[in-house]
Design a binder for this molecule. Structure first.
Ligand code: GDP
Ligand code: GDP
Length: 483
């Protein structure tokens, strides 16, 4: 068969949203990705943080990027804004398969829009121009003025109300490269093999599902080209995600190099447990550590795979020494299970199944309130909290407020004064008590007042305190759901 050049379809296609500050990029992003979990790319060199999330329209999955990010300040100087928008647009052109350029229908055509349009049109990527904030019946004049920027089609939308979204999204989907199928979210725990190039991901994938001597059984009908591969491990359903990206690596080396960071972050948003592949002959490199850190930040479960164990010198081939060295260098990773494997010989892979099970259990652990409070009480007794200004910090109660990954909220008299080291101590006690491993257990501190909503009503005589309470601005929870 003749060699055939194929479009880059490793992982999901990428749709980037660009535009000036305040045009409604983030509102549009939130509407497009809905409840999907987002992750922030704060890599150095990126002008503003970029927020990613998986999304789909009409069964077509893609990865959406909000180039506006949500932490960076908008500069006051208009020239600086222009530079920023320009850099953003260029970065988007680089990373995306399709670009949505958002224009502000309220503010009207801005001088900077001409430049942005010119810049985007010069790229060979499909660009869709959306005039946002058209909340009511389309007023032609409001939209048409944007044709002056040299655009031939405009999509009037309202990101807040959802108007015009179908037309826009149909055009987006039509502009994207055809992608292989993605497994539905509910098909099982989602696992992703991640790691630097050449650590052995594709060899492991082949060892796991691709060859005759397979450890896990691919579902009937699974094609090699699927982005995600549904598998059964000891009868349990799982989904290995982004397998196409790994398999096609050799054919898309350059594109992957370019998209590497974006795709890796995209994978994190779609996965439950990261199977982080290390080259055991190198140990954990800085790049490995950075990716593990990102996965923990994203709240994902992690199993470390020290691959190429067969190639490690006999005299240093000691799992305990390897572990000790790794965890001494990276104490934050000490809670992550590690399995020693060889994709080459197949050794150690049975251990992977147990490690996945263990992390899965931790990822979805249910921590009963009475048990949590017993742990909290014994922690406080064993190690008294500090007393800033002579007044001891009191911890009232703890309750689980999240799962996958687990989150515990601890109500305290003065949460702001609890030193990070003490919070870490509490985290360690919960981790120990509930045997959580390979998963970041998050502890949130809340003021006791915020917890009182669920408690018995405040006695009527305490009206002064109640008035103080209700007039206080809410700090948390008031932010737009951008992640
Ligand atoms: P970004 O800086 O481009 O990410 O813009 P945001 O998404 O933060 O939106 C900026 C402001 O425009 C916010 O106050 C939004 O509520 C408002 N906004 C966004 N989309 C719409 C819309 O469709 N209609 C109206 N009326 N306001 C919108
Ligand atoms: P990827 O880029 O992470 O997908 O890495 P590959 O699976 O392509 O492997 C890169 C190289 O490492 C190839 O030459 C493999 O043969 C080799 N390799 C992978 N796994 C092992 C292993 O367990 N032991 C040894 N000795 N070599 C391996």
């Amino acid at each position: 068969m003749a060699a055939r050049v194929e479009p880059v379809t490793n992982g999901l296609p990428v749709v980037a949203i660009v535009g000036r500050p305040n045009v409604g990029k983030s509102t549009l992003f939130n509407r497009i990705v809905r409840a999907h979990r987002a992750i922030v790319d704060d890599a150095p060199g990126v002008t503003r943080d970029r927020v990613f999330a998986p999304a789909s329209y009409d069964d077509h999955p893609f990865l959406c990027i909000d180039t506006g990010g949500f932490t960076a300040e908008t500069p006051k100087d208009p020239a600086a804004i222009e530079t920023q928008v320009r850099a953003q647009a260029l970065a988007a052109v680089e990373d995306a398969d399709c670009i949505i350029c958002v224009l502000d229908g309220h503010a009207g055509l801005a001088p900077a829009d001409h430049e942005t349009v010119r810049l985007l049109r010069r790229s060979n990527k499909p660009v869709l121009f959306a005039v946002n904030k058209i909340d009511h019946v389309v007023r032609d004049a409001q939209v048409n003025e944007f044709y002056a920027a040299g655009v031939d089609k405009l999509y009037p939308v309202s990101a807040t109300h959802g108007r015009g979204m179908d037309d826009l999204m149909e055009a987006v989907i039509a502009a994207l490269p055809v992608t292989p199928p993605v497994a539905p979210e509910d098909a099982g725990t989602r696992l992703a093999l991640m790691g630097r190039p050449n650590v052995g991901k594709s060899s492991l994938l082949n060892r796991l599902v691709g060859s005759e001597r397979t450890l896990v059984a691919p579902h009937a009908g699974t094609t090699r080209d699927a982005i995600d591969t549904p598998v059964r491990i000891n009868g349990q359903p799982y989904v290995l995600i982004d397998t196409a990206g790994i398999r096609r690596r050799s054919r898309v080396e350059n594109a992957l190099e370019r998209h590497g960071a974006v795709r890796a972050l995209g994978t994190l948003t779609r996965t439950d447990i990261v199977l982080m592949v290390l080259d055991a002959t190198d140990g954990m490199t800085d790049q490995d550590a950075r990716l593990v850190g990102k996965a923990l930040e994203a709240g994902r479960g992690i199993v470390l795979l020290a691959n190429k164990w067969d190639a490690v010198d006999k005299d240093v081939r000691d799992p305990r020494k390897f572990k000790r060295h790794l965890f001494e260098q990276h104490p934050a990773f000490a809670n992550l299970p590690i399995v020693f494997v060889s994709a080459e010989t197949g050794e150690g892979l049975e251990g992977l199944v147990g490690a996945i099970r263990q992390v899965e259990r931790s990822y979805r652990v249910a921590m009963g309130t009475p048990a949590l409070n017993r742990v909290l009480r014994s922690a406080v007794t064993a190690h008294a909290p500090p007393s800033p200004g002579g007044r001891p910090i009191r911890f009232l109660y703890a309750t689980q407020t999240g799962t996958a990954p687990p989150e515990v909220t601890v109500f305290s008299s003065v949460p702001a004064k609890v030193p990070p080291a003490y919070t870490k101590f509490l985290v360690a006690r919960f981790v120990e008590a509930f045997k959580v491993s390979g998963v970041p257990l998050r502890v949130k501190l809340r003021n006791r007042r915020e917890g009182e909503a669920a408690r018995p009503p405040i006695p009527a005589r305490d009206t002064a305190a109640r008035a103080r309470r209700s007039s206080r601005p809410r700090s948390a929870g008031g932010r737009a759901p951008r992640r």
